[in-house]
Structures are given as C-alpha cells and as structure tokens.
Design a protein around this ligand. Structure first.
Ligand SMILES: CC(=O)SCCNC(=O)CCNC(=O)[C@H](O)C(C)(C)COP(=O)(O)OP(=O)(O)OC[C@H]1O[C@@H](n2cnc3c(N)ncnc32)[C@H](O)[C@@H]1OP(=O)(O)O
Ligand SMILES: CC(C)C(=O)C(=O)O
Ligand SMILES: [Mg+2]
Length: 564
C-alpha cells in the first residue's frame, strides 16, 4: 500500500488546545437536531427526490418531531425552488418549525434563495463557503484575505435581504465548509466577523455550523477543534454552535457525540446516514444512542420500520440489514450462548417487572445482548431468536415456548437441541419456529418409527376399582393387557410390564399449553425402558391421556435409541 502518499491528520490540523474538558463531560440532554436529507442527502442521490418524495420525507420529519429542517438548495434546481415555494404558499408549516435553505456565497444565487422564501412565516438562510487551504487555493482561487472579503461581502447581502423580510422571521447560518481542515484562527476570524456583521445577540443568535465535510481524523481531533471554537468564539451566547459530520472514516457518530461533549449545541445529519460518499452522520443512531443512555432524544422513533420504509422509498436506497437499531437482523441472535442469555434475561425481566408491579414496558431494561428493548422502536420479539446450526438449547426452547407454548424440561432441552443441530447442519439453512415444531412433533409426539418394532396403543381405559387402586386395560399392538397400580399411570406401566416392557419413570413434568378449560396438556416423561433411558412427550386435552402417550413415546423412542 502506498501509505507514504498520505499525511497524518496531526500534521494537517493543529489545534492550540491542551486542557481539554470534553473527555470528562457527560451527555445529559438532546442537542438541536437538523435533518439535512432534503439538501445534503438529496445532492448525493443518483435520482434526486421529486416534489412528491420531498413532501413525503418532510411529512415524516414533522411527524418525528424535528423542529428545524433543511429543505433544499433553491437556487440550484427548479425542483428545490418549487418545493420551498410550495411550503411558502401552502400555509401548512407548524408554528414551531423552521425551514432552512442553503446557498453559496454568490449574489445571484443568494437573491434567488431569498425569492424562494418569500411569504414563509419563518426561515433560516444558510450560506456556505469552503475555507480550508486546498479549497481556497485550488478550487476557489483566493488567499485568506481575499476569501474573507468574498464571504463578508456576500454575508452583507444576506443580512440586507434578511432585514427586508418581516423583522425576526429570517435567521442566519454560516458554514465554513471543510472546517475540519481549516486553520482554527482563520475560522474564528471569519465566524466572528459574521457574528458582528449580522449583529447577533442572545435573542437573535446566529448559527455557526462547523462541518467535517470530509472526515479525515479520529473523533478526538474533531472534539478538540469544536472545544477550541466553543471557548473562543466571540459573543458566545449569541452563537448556536452546530456540527455537521460526514462519515468517511466510519466515525461520524463518534465525532458528533464527542463534539456535543465539547460544546456543540446543534447537530446536522441524515436519517440512517444517507449523504455524500459514505454519508452524513446518522441522526437515528445518534438519537437512539441517547435513548439507550436514559436521555430523551426528543424525537419519536417508536415505529422505526415505518421510518425506514419512507426513507428507503424517498432515497431509493436500501438500509443495511445490520444498520444500528433498524436493520432486519439487529435484534436477532443466531448463536447459542447469546440465545441462552437473552432467554434468561427476558424471563428475568418479566419476573422482575411482575415483582415490582409495573408493566414490562416500564421496567428498567437489562437484557444481555439487547442494548434496547426492541418494543421501544416498535419491533416484536418474534425475530429476536432465530435458529440455525450455530444455535443451542436456549434458542430452540425459547422459540418452542414463545410460539407453541411448550415449556421443555431443562433436561430434555439438550437432547432436542442435538436433534435440531443435526437437521440444520444437514440442511445448512435456518429452522423457523414452524420447522422446529414439526421436528419436535416427528421426534416425540408422532415418532412414526419402524412399524414392526413400535408398540401401537389400541383402545385403553382406566378405572378406580377400590380407593387408591386403579386398573388399566389396554390393547398394545393388538394384544390386550391389564395392570394395577396406585394411580392410572402406574396401572398403565404395570400393563406394559405384562407386555414384557420394564418401564421406570425417572422425570415427569406436565403443563397446559394455553390457559382455559379446553386447552391441551403436554406431558414430558423421561423413562428407563429395559435399561435404556429416553424421553417421551404426549399431548392431549386429557392430562391422563397425555401422560400415557408420553410414556408410550418414551418406550418407542427407547427402541430407536437402542438400535441407533
Ligand atoms: C459540501 C457541500 O455539500 S456543498 C453543496 C454542494 N451541493 C451542490 O453542489 C448541489 C447543487 N449544485 C448545483 O446544482 C450547481 O453546482 C450550481 C447550480 C449551484 C452551480 O452550478 P455552476 O454555476 O454550473 O457551477 P459549478 O458548480 O460547476 O462550479 C462552482 C463554482 O462556484 C464556485 N463556488 C463553489 N462553492 C462556492 C461557495 N460556497 N461560494 C462561492 N462560490 C463558490 C466555484 O469556485 C466555481 O466557480 P468557477 O465557476 O468560477 O470556477
Ligand atoms: C454544511 C455544508 C457546507 C456541507 O454539507 C458540508 O460541509 O459537508
Ligand atoms: Mg455535508
């Protein structure tokens, strides 16, 4: 790899900060969130959104609770211009929502931008110019002074046009694009001059938005850059310090979080991280990271699948199945030890909530391997555990319990899990809950084994012939037998002995499959049959019939176990 062609970030940016405070700060409340999907996300799409898709995405953002939304670059395209006009003329903008429009520092484009917002009750005009050395010299063709002069000249125009609108209805924002590669003293100089020019005050604050336009350094470097600005910006109480991370190094979320620790009050990003190249920072992950720390993100993520559906439709891009908080697989465990821990954690959670007398949805969440309760974002538990050849007894028994009401005794779980493992190893595929039940049925409830060797139960009955003495009469493989015992099941076991089958019941368990009088009972019996130990299971609406079938199942399975 020709790594020598690249320079360390520490050589490119040097921040004069030594006593940084961000490492010990805490995230205690949500910053102001500004989705920029309709501008930055949109400019990165192969097929930019038309008015219908823009409207759908905008409606989603309103429903989620965003209060500032960047809606476009109206001087760049007719679609964006028309969308802003639509908002200005439709009179549907909620009173607590401000739209942001984006413009470069070019007089004709600034004027068109202001034309687009005519009639809007509130708007923020966001002017940007790249300030980093390579952009100054190679792209724009200015030195430091020349570029500052261009910025202030165009900012003055922005200020004059804003003043022509009804007082206080237009707020102003500036972004020194590629802030993260710009000399800190130069950014301060430029931002401070605009704060003064626009006469910002605490009740009319300016937004200075400091983008990591192309992420080039580890998040601690960005945090240092933001803390330096936070401490040194003039009229700090008249400035809203905003950040705009991209994700080129895959650390956009970390940059945003550390930037907030370092003093940022506002974060721009996109839903599920759409945006130029590797994307803008993901506002959904940021919001739900706060939620998972006990901090209200002030955004409604309670139906995350619907949010994803709208975003995928509007962007015409899929969200990855492993995307944090929303991917199809992010609340799913395939591996055995994770499933075991989740099953125990869920059971413990339900019991702890019941003991505390609160609904499960209100009780503090502490389930291994699941950072949040999937129900918080509208996801069900059914997909939490899925079974393949990497799975163990915990997952298999969890699915049989949650989907079919079968509470397998602990000692039976490893045996059935081995049966599942053989099947999934052989198929190489996942086994659904339905597949598991079919396998369970075929293994225990209807073994359908060697018809010659199997004991077939014909008509049978039991009677209490004297207090505490029961008789069983049964047909076993077409021959009638009788047996007596102190209960109906022991009478049946004696009848089996008459047929030459010596059976001892070692473990016995039973439960109703559902609640209610008509519910089926399931019985599990671990038996020693002529020296061979095996499990049998029976299911019937009568508990006695289920127990007789369980013992017979153990008898027939013992023959299979002995011959295998
Ligand atoms: C980091 C960001 O996301 S920045 C936003 C980028 N978004 C977009 O570019 C999407 C929309 N853009 C467009 O549709 C077009 O670029 C337009 C309509 C705005 C302009 O198109 P054109 O007039 O054809 O210019 P083009 O984009 O090719 O070139 C940019 C020109 O503006 C200059 N420029 C670029 N940014 C700025 C700025 N912020 N302020 C002032 N001038 C700028 C460049 O130096 C270049 O000038 P030159 O023609 O003298 O060399
Ligand atoms: C805020 C603007 C200029 C931007 O999208 C960026 O720098 O990434
Ligand atoms: Mg950007």
């Amino acid at each position: 790899m020709p790594s020598h062609r690249y320079r360390s970030a520490y050589e490119k940016v040097s921040v004069p900060l030594t006593d940084r405070a961000w490492p010990t700060a805490r995230l205690t409340r949500a910053p102001l969130w500004v989705p920029v999907d309709l501008r930055d996300g949109n400019q990165a799409l192969a097929e930019p959104m038309d008015t219908a898709r823009k409207s759908e995405m905008f409606a989603l953002m309103l429903a989620m609770g965003y209060k500032e939304i960047e809606v476009g670059y109206p001087s760049a395209s007719q679609t964006d211009y028309d969308f802003v006009r639509h908002l200005a003329t439709s009179d549907t903008l909620p009173e607590d929502v401000t739209v942001v429009v984006f413009t470069p520092a070019k007089p004709d484009l600034i004027e068109r931008t202001f034309a687009s917002i005519e009639g809007l009750p509130r708007a923020m005009v966001h002017m940007y110019t790249a300030t980093a050395p390579t952009w100054r010299e190679v792209v724009l063709g200015y030195d430091r002074d020349g570029l500052r002069e261009l910025i202030t000249r165009n900012a003055a125009l922005v200020g004059r046009l804003a003043d022509r609108h009804r007082a206080g209805t237009v707020r102003l924002q500036f972004s020194p694009e590629v802030f993260n590669l710009t000399e800190p003293d130069y950014v301060l100089e430029v931002c401070d001059s605009l704060t003064e020019l626009w006469d910002a005050s605490p009740d009319r604050p300016v937004v200075h938005n400091l983008p990591a336009t192309v992420e080039i350094a580890s998040p601690n470097v960005y945090a240092d850059q933001i803390e330096y600005m936070h401490r040194n910006l003039a009229r700090r109480d008249a400035v809203i310090l905003s950040v705009h991370p991209h994700n080129d190094r895959g650390t956009g979320v970390a940059c945003a979080e550390l930037a907030v620790l370092a003093g940022a009050q506002r974060v721009e990003g996109c839903l599920f991280g759409n945006g130029e190249r590797t994307g803008n920072v993901d506002l959904v992950t940021l919001g739900l990271n706060l939620h998972a720390q006990g901090v209200d993100p002030m955004i409604d993520f309670s139906d995350i699948d619907e949010i994803r559906r709208v975003v995928e439709h509007c962007n015409r891009l899929p969200v990855h199945i492993r995307h944090p908080y929303v991917g199809d697989l992010v609340y799913t465990a395939f591996s055995g030890t994770h499933q075991d821990a989740i099953k125990k954690g869920m059971t413990h959670h339900a019991a702890a909530a019941a003991a505390a007398g609160v609904p499960e949805r209100e009780h503090p969440w502490n389930v291994p391997y699941l950072p949040i309760d999937p129900a918080d974002v509208g996801r069900g538990y059914e997909a939490v555990i899925r079974v393949n050849s990497q799975s163990g007894k915990g997952g298999v028994s969890y699915l049989l319990q949650t989907e079919y009401g079968l509470d397998l005794p602990r000692a039976l779980q490893p045996e059935f899990s081995a049966v599942v493992q053989r099947a999934t190893d052989a198929s190489g595929t996942e086994a659904s809950a339905g597949d598991l039940f079919a396998l369970f049925h075929a293994t225990y409830l209807d073994p359908g084994t060697d018809p010659d060797g199997a004991v077939v139960l014909g008509p049978w009955s039991t009677n209490e012939i004297a207090p505490g003495e029961h008789e069983c009469v049964c047909v076993l493989s077409a021959v009638e037998y009788r047996g007596r015992g102190n209960g109906p099941l022991s009478a049946f076991i004696r009848a089996l002995a008459e047929a030459g089958l010596k059976v001892d019941v070692l473990t016995y368990a039973e439960h109703a499959v559902d609640s209610g009088l008509d519910s089926a009972a399931v019985c599990y019996a671990e038996c020693r049959v002529d020296g061979e130990v095996s499990w049998g299971v029976g299911m019937d609406t009568s508990v006695l019939a289920a127990s007789v079938r369980a013992v017979l199942s153990a008898v027939n399975r013992a023959a299979v176990v002995a011959s295998s």
